[in-house]
Design a protein around this ligand. Sequence first.
Ligand SMILES: [Fe+2]
Length: 137
Amino acid sequence: MKYALYIAWNDSNNLGIPIIDEQHRGIVATINSLHYFIQEGKGLDALKPTLNILEEYTHIHFKTEEAFMKISSYPGFEDHVTLHEGLMKKTLEITREAVSYKEPELTLKFLKEWWIGHINKEDKKYAPYIKKELGIQ
Ligand SMILES: [Fe+2]
């Protein structure tokens, strides 16, 4: 269907930590906007502004997640931060390819796979721990 969302948020992606879930939805919304512009044939023009927004917002988001991990003394903190640190480098690498091949879909696909995979695999490792430590219902 034309104009369908690239990533439809599913409640199974929620961690149950409201601000983190909200930020994840914000990131997904930005990825969906890139998809919209790609469909409109304006993907290459949209890449730079989209990535600028994502970079700044992702920075805020990672700081939030890392603060939650820190105050609850989550034992996987260091490993998780390493995963966060790899994202921007990988995004820039893929985007360089996307620009040289004129295929903004490469960045789009990478972002979807990284974020949905990260949320559902890596973030779900810390969520129960943090919720228990901080008494989040
Ligand atoms: Fe994370």
